[in-house]
Design a protein. Structure first.
Length: 120
C-alpha cells in the first residue's frame, strides 16, 4: 500500500490534536509592520474599510432583546424566572434574556448588592 486511505493521503500525525503552532520563521519587528501599514494603499488614499452586518444578523440580534419583562421564559416556557434590572433569568434552563431599554449600570449595582459580583 502507498499510505492512502479512501483515495486521500494518510496524515502523519498520530494521537490527539495539539494547540501548538508550527514555526513559520522569524517574527517581523513591530516597526516593520507599522511601516507596511502606513505604506499600504488604504492608508495613503485615506479610505477605510467598513464592515456591514448582514440582514440576518440584525434580525437575530433584534430577536434576542425583550421589549419588556415577561412572566415566562421565551426559550423553554418555564415560569420559574427572576426579574433583574436588565435581564430576565430563567432558573429552569439557565437562559438570560436581555431587556432592550434597561440600564446596564443598574444591573451592575444590582449584582454587586446581591453578592453576585465582587466590588473592586
Amino acid at each position: 500500500m502507498d499510505g492512502r486511505r479512501n483515495g486521500r493521503k494518510a496524515s502523519r500525525r498520530v494521537g490527539p490534536p495539539t494547540n501548538r503552532r508550527r514555526r513559520t520563521g522569524a517574527a517581523a519587528p513591530k516597526d516593520a509592520l507599522v511601516e507596511a501599514v502606513r505604506q499600504s494603499r488604504a492608508a495613503t488614499t485615506g479610505s477605510r474599510v467598513v464592515e456591514l452586518m448582514a440582514r440576518r444578523a440584525l434580525v437575530v440580534a433584534a430577536r434576542q432583546l425583550l421589549r419588556q419583562h415577561t412572566d415566562r421564559c421565551t426559550k423553554c416556557g418555564s415560569t420559574f424566572v427572576t426579574h433583574e434590572p436588565a435581564f430576565v433569568h430563567c432558573h429552569y434552563c439557565g437562559r438570560m434574556h436581555r431587556v432592550a431599554n434597561a440600564s446596564l449600570l443598574e444591573q451592575e449595582l444590582f449584582e454587586i448588592r446581591m453578592g453576585l459580583r465582587l466590588a473592586s
